[in-house]
Design a protein around this ligand. Structure first.
Ligand code: ZN
Length: 290
């Protein structure tokens, strides 16, 4: 019975790590094999007899540490060259002069959720450098991109992020106190769920979707609705950002909530589409496809 529970637990961990990071499940299995073969932490009697290592909690902590070390090696040294071979490259971990683009949170990178095709990389670089010429402080903040391997493997919860040609980016925000743009920052650690809600008189797509039974559409917003805000969307700079994106020849379409499309005066832009009620609302980020 204990063995069955152990197998079930390991299966659950592998599934969870695969869903979150794509390669994490494989690394977990690899670590189990290595730890079993080498008895990695218990080679010397002195170590094994240490009261901390000898305890269940101590063993668990050391194994966790061992797993994370192996995961980091795989993620930063092995995955990038393999992904490149398969046609995907990682977005940078921080903004530079040549590539003024940064992750909202480096956890996206640690979880291998920052891979795109070289064409998407070049498109993003074109847009970001172009924007930087209008304002040296301009930076694009990216959220979820794609996993490093296999077309058709979705990056949940974004079903369409499965081929390296999709990317979510943050709006440009402004500080509510100073009224100044906060380039290079999004609105929260995650970057999703804190929405620029429809104002009085604006079309409320989320309400329309909820009426049709699509409760998932506004789910993230409901979780985050009580958070106190220090920033809000900077409309002129966000409009500038969106304009630059849709003017790029390689961008096929972007997703944006209908009320923001109207509010920003972009209603005649055919590349800005509505994503459908089966997706999630897009008044907390911009979804780009090439
Ligand atoms: Zn997206």
């Amino acid at each position: 019975m204990r063995k069955i529970i152990k197998i079930l637990l390991h299966t659950l961990v592998v599934l969870l790590l695969t869903i979150l990071t794509q390669v994490g499940g494989v690394v977990w299995l690899l670590y189990l094999v290595i730890a079993n073969r080498t008895k990695i932490f218990f080679m010397g009697k002195k170590i094994a007899q240490h009261p901390f290592v000898g305890s269940g909690l101590g063993r668990f902590a050391l194994h966790l540490l061992g797993f994370f070390a192996l995961y980091a090696v795989v993620t930063f040294l092995i995955v990038p060259p393999l992904a490149k071979y398969g046609g995907r490259v990682p977005l940078a971990l921080s903004a530079t002069e040549d590539f003024p683009v940064k992750p909202n949170n480096r956890l996206f990178c640690l979880a291998n959720r920052h891979y795109v095709t070289p064409k998407m990389y070049a498109t993003l670089q074109d847009i970001a450098i172009n924007l930087k010429t209008t304002n040296p402080d301009f930076q694009i903040v990216y959220l979820d991109a794609n996993f490093p391997f296999f077309d058709g493997f979705p990056l949940l919860p974004h079903l369409s992020h499965d081929n390296g040609r999709k990317l979510d980016i943050a709006f440009i925000y402004k500080d509510l106190k100073t009224n100044k743009a906060t380039f290079g920052k999004s609105i929260s650690n995650l970057g999703y769920g804190i929405c620029e809600l429809p104002q009085k008189g604006e079309y409320n797509q989320a309400a329309a979707c909820a009426k049709q039974g699509f409760w998932m559409y506004g789910f993230l917003q409901k979780i985050n609705s009580r958070k106190k805000r220090k920033t809000t969307i900077h409309e002129p700079h966000t409009k500038q950002l969106i304009r630059k994106i849709i003017r790029h020849k390689d961008v096929k379409k972007i997703f944006l909530e209908p009320h923001l499309k109207t509010r920003l005066g972009l209603q005649n832009e055919s590349k800005i589409r509505f994503h459908g009620c089966h997706a999630v609302r897009h008044d907390d980020h911009i979804h780009i496809e090439i």
